[in-house]
Design a protein. Structure first.
Length: 346
């Protein structure tokens, strides 16, 4: 499902992970940074509305985070002559978040907090360690505390928009069927494999540095022992949950579904050449040592309507919500009595 988030908050680098069985995790936070005394140069209020103000310090921090996040993704920062244009957009996002947070019901806050906890837990797992998480967040120019707060605000705001915009849009079964019938190419799928794997890494997940030779040797010995146990009939999923060092699949027994061209070449070549139920020899990639078990093979073809109708309905509803969102945001800002106090941001 497409998210409203990019329209509302500064984009931050996300680590792709969506384990089906992931449990919320408490993200450890650094102590709050000591705030400098602004008494000599107090921040200027740039905008205000009912119950809130947005000041120049908040905008400066947002711009710094924006630049740092862009750099962490290998993107060039905006040129200086574009700074005012970027700041206008960032100020508008800060205002929108403040307005929508004040429209949040207790149910929105509860749902947003639960979603945030899960995503932050996934992020922490993907980072590989607490220190890895801290380093990656700090590379975006944020403390873990600020990142967590922004992530939670994002999730709450999204729940408000879902309730007030998306949930009000009816999509009929006839609309869904019509779209499916008129867009056959969009439902063609390539050949895919569903496979489970056990990964023992030869690199440190957070730093991406190779492990010392003695540790790599120990990993090789362990993967060979696990291969014997798997081929002897032990439950492959349980072995993956216990031993695999892939945070993206460990919790769901090492499973992935993928077409050609998505995984490491060595991994993909092995998986697509294996028969159903077969367990591979040890496969070496840049990530480390893998054992792969093929669980299902799906030939290329058109997805059945019954399998896609619910997701298609959600997508159609989301597309219509995206169209309505700008007008909704303007309405809620007007309702909140938003005023831009600095003329250059009007």
């Amino acid at each position: 499902m497409k998210s409203f988030v990019p329209l509302l908050l500064i984009a931050t680098a996300a680590l792709a992970a969506d384990p089906k069985d992931a449990k919320p995790a408490v993200v450890p936070l650094l102590p709050k940074p000591v705030v400098s005394n602004d008494s000599l140069f107090p921040p200027t209020v740039l905008a205000k509305g009912k119950g809130f103000e947005v000041n120049s310090k908040q905008l400066d921090e947002a711009f710094l985070n924006f630049r740092t996040a862009a750099a962490s993704r290998g993107q060039s920062p905006p040129p200086e002559e574009k700074r005012l244009e970027v700041e206008k957009k960032l100020l508008d996002r800060l205002i929108v978040v403040e307005v929508l947070k004040r429209k949040a019901l207790e149910a929105d806050k509860a749902k947003g907090k639960a979603a945030s906890d899960k995503l932050l837990g996934d992020f922490l797992k993907q980072a590989g360690s607490i220190e890895g998480f801290r380093r990656q967040v700090q590379a975006m120019g944020m403390t873990p505390e600020a990142f967590t707060e922004q992530f939670t605000d994002r999730a709450i705001v999204e729940e408000v928009v879902n309730r007030e915009v998306r949930a009000t849009i009816p999509i009929t079964p006839e609309q869904v069927q019509k779209f499916y019938d008129e867009n056959p190419k969009r439902f063609e799928q390539p050949e895919t494999v569903r496979a489970a794997h056990i990964l023992l890494t030869t690199v440190e997940l957070a730093s991406k540095q190779e492990l010392p030779p003695d540790k790599q040797k120990a990993q090789r010995a362990l993967i060979e022992a696990l291969l014997k146990r798997a081929r002897a009939g032990e439950d492959f999923g349980k072995l993956a949950k216990e031993f695999s060092q892939d945070p993206g699949s460990k919790e769901r027994g090492g499973e992935y579904v993928f077409p050609r061209g998505q995984m490491a070449v060595e991994f993909e070549t092995a998986a697509f050449s294996m028969s159903l139920g077969q367990i591979s020899d040890v496969v070496t990639t840049k990530f480390g040592y893998h054992i792969i078990k093929v669980l299902e093979r799906n030939a290329a073809g058109k997805l059945e309507f019954a399998k896609v109708k619910d997701r298609l309905r959600d997508n159609l509803q989301q597309e219509e919500a995206d169209k309505r969102l700008p007008a909704y945001l303007e309405a809620v800002k007007k309702e909140a009595g938003v005023e831009i106090l600095d003329a250059k941001y009007k």
